[in-house]
Design a protein around this ligand. Structure first.
Ligand code: SF4
Ligand code: MG
Length: 283
């Protein structure tokens, strides 16, 4: 059985020392081993940005895609080979700006894949511009007078789009993050895990200490019911989006694959899609 070390390769990440993305890579590797996967059973599909490099740093199938398009590729991979565990990953700029249309419709579609957003509230790869997750008043090269746009709340958007699994974590909390990725992989449907992942080089506001002082761990609320959609929405708003843990899960709704008639076992059994050796040789 594979251990997390089997999901390592010999590519040295070129993230800045201290970048939150290192922990997310480690958490994916641990979660994959903990749920019993072998490297050839996993595909990691990423977008563009510092975070997008993650697909090259994990020993598994991988594809470093194009900006904002990790999810269309990941969904195609999953539909082509439903035996694969598919993780899509990218930054807040990738998934919540250029890729937001895909994010909302992937949530609605509910394919059985896990989407991990590395949320540093800035564009890191292009050296520090305001992202949809930056706070109002945030000063960067692109907003020297401070951002005048409102901050996007991915958790509220996911809930209103009909998400069946919504979680949030912090890259400093490897234990919680690993457990959430395991739960996301096991969830039969689309799982969104937004992860606060500090950019130590270009974001001097949303630092490790800044997040540590503000995150609200759901463990503080022992009576919280993660199957209650209204309670989830209320708690997200009460905590101004800083809630961490498994915020909402709906296990009643079937995944997209489970609702396509042609994908069901009886339908598949009727199709003889395998090529004979003669047919194969004649290609
Ligand atoms: Fe991480 Fe920021 Fe460095 Fe990019 S620029 S690798 S996000 S610390
Ligand atoms: Mg970013």
């Amino acid at each position: 059985m594979a251990t997390f070390k089997d999901f390592r390769n010999n590519v040295k990440p070129n993230w800045c020392p201290g970048c939150g993305d290192f922990s997310i890579q480690a958490a994916i590797q641990r979660a994959a081993a903990n749920v019993g996967l072998e490297p050839e059973q996993l595909a990691v599909i990423s977008g563009i940005g510092c975070s997008g490099r993650i697909s090259g740093y994990i020993n598994a199938y991988g594809l470093h895609g194009i900006h904002g398009r990790a999810l269309p590729i990941a969904q195609g991979v999953k539909l082509a080979n439903r035996e694969l565990t598919v993780i899509a990953s990218g930054g807040d700029g990738d998934g919540f700006a250029i890729g937001m249309g895909h994010t909302i419709h992937a949530i609605r579609r509910n394919l059985n894949i896990t989407y991990i957003v590395m949320d540093n509230q800035i564009y890191g790869l292009t050296k520090g511009q305001t992202s949809p997750r930056s706070a109002e008043g945030f000063v960067t090269k692109s907003t020297p007078e401070g951002s005048i746009e409102s901050t996007l709340s991915p958790l509220e958007i996911a809930m209103s789009a009909g998400a069946t699994f919504v979680a949030q974590s912090f890259s400093s909390d490897l234990k919680q993050l690993t457990a959430l990725i395991e739960a996301g992989i096991k969830h039969e449907g689309f799982s969104l895990i937004n992860v606060f992942s500090p950019c130590v080089t270009f974001n001097k506001i949303n630092t490790y200490d800044w997040f540590k002082e503000r995150v609200v761990n759901l463990e503080q609320f022992p009576d919280y019911d993660a199957t209650n959609r209204i309670a989830a929405m209320n708690k997200i708003m009460e905590t101004e989006g800083m809630l961490t843990g498994l915020i909402y899960q709906n296990t009643e709704r079937k995944s997209y694959e489970d609702m396509i008639p042609g994908f069901q076992p009886e339908a598949l059994a009727k199709q003889d899609l395998a090529l004979s050796q003669d047919q194969f040789d004649s290609l």
